[in-house]
Design a protein around this ligand. Structure first.
Ligand code: ISE
Length: 333
């Protein structure tokens, strides 16, 4: 059975997902694309010649020829598309964040819990990256002993022109929140945002250090620097009692030339996490066929936004802020 996918949002990530779905994912077909920009919508629909354009995203969701919906529209609109999918019982893969506010995320969680089945997947694609998966597996295996610390680095070349201090947390650091929970299998208890000297190349408070205290005492420090200029650079090292485990830099070749040794760095997250995006989409399609959910749930989406919310309050006050979570509904056990 082929799953017919409708895509909402034909920007950077919508285009990337359309390409991946059409060229590298088995058992799926892109059948419809919706975007506010008609030119962009037509271009992305053209990636796959079976796809139609649908001006109104709500019509796309209602379309009986669309089996599942992929939401890659601007962050603030995510909830407005995920909720109607739930109302119609349609599976939806929503780009991160699930929604910008904790309350909106909770409404989605409650709605899904009331339906009694998992229909929402959130696009925290790092959960499909082989390096992070191996890190979690080795920790679970126990040979390294207990985890003590996790050091994370998240650097982008340049933030979009209108990016704000808050977006560094809600758009970038959220990946660190989600992956720390995924690797360590624990919840974040407290967040402190430290603000070092700012780069002169942007108006933002950039970089920021996010200190996460996990509920078992592990401390995660995440440097997020979104105007780092030199390349897209994501690193992580887990420090355990008997050893450490770090992500290896993903590159194919190392060049030695003119008395220097070097590797190419990706310009942004798409090439760096290409295999993770492919595995995420393939995992989603498999999950729809088998009924066994894969990837981040609506609950995980809610928790990442709740941690981000605590981070925003810490950024404002300069003080540690507790993360308070609602009781987890049984649907997500
Ligand atoms: C972007 O929206 C992403 O999701 C990328 O994975 C992240 O690295 C980047 O910082 C965000 O702006």
């Amino acid at each position: 059975m082929t799953i017919r996918v409708g895509l909402i949002g034909a920007g950077v990530m919508g285009t990337d997902h359309a390409q991946t779905l059409s060229t590298a994912v088995a058992g799926a077909q892109l059948v419809a694309v919706s975007d506010v920009d008609a030119g962009r919508m037509a271009k992305v629909a053209g990636i796959c010649n079976t796809a139609r354009t649908v001006a109104d995203p709500l019509d796309l969701i209602r379309d009986s020829d669309v089996d599942a919906v992929l939401v890659a529209s601007p962050d603030r609109s995510h909830g407005a598309y995920v909720t109607p999918c739930l109302d119609l019982g349609k599976p939806v893969l929503c780009e991160k964040p699930l929604a910008p506010t904790v309350e909106e995320c909770l409404q989605i969680v409650r709605r899904e819990h009331a339906l009694g089945r998992r229909l929402v997947t959130v696009g925290y694609m790092r959960r499909f990256d082989p390096g992070y998966i191996e890190m979690r597996r080795r920790l679970e295996q126990g040979e390294l002993g207990a985890a003590l610390l996790m050091h994370c680095i998240h650097r982008n070349v340049a933030a979009p022109p209108l990016a704000t201090d808050s977006m560094l947390i809600t758009g970038s650091a959220v990946h660190e929140f989600d992956i720390a929970r995924f690797v360590l299998g624990r919840e974040v208890k407290r967040v402190t945002v430290v603000t070092p000297r700012k780069t002169g190349l942007s108006k933002m408070q950039d970089p920021q250090i996010l200190l996460l205290e996990m509920d078992d005492g592990v401390v995660v420090d995440a440097e997020v620097f979104v105007n780092a200029q030199y390349g897209y650079d994501v690193r992580a090292e887990l420090v355990c009692e008997k050893g450490t485990i770090a992500l290896a830099l993903p590159h194919d070749v190392k060049v030695m030339h003119s008395a220097q040794e070097g590797v190419a760095l990706p310009a942004d997250w798409r090439p760096r996490f290409a295999s993770a995006y492919r595995a995420e989409l393939q995992g989603w399609i498999e999950a729809l066929r088998t009924g066994v959910p894969a990837g981040a749930s609506a609950w995980d989406g809610y928790v990442a936004t709740a941690v981000a919310d605590a981070g925003l309050r810490s950024l404002e006050s300069g003080r540690p802020v507790e993360v308070t979570l609602q009781p987890r509904p049984t649907l997500y056990d």
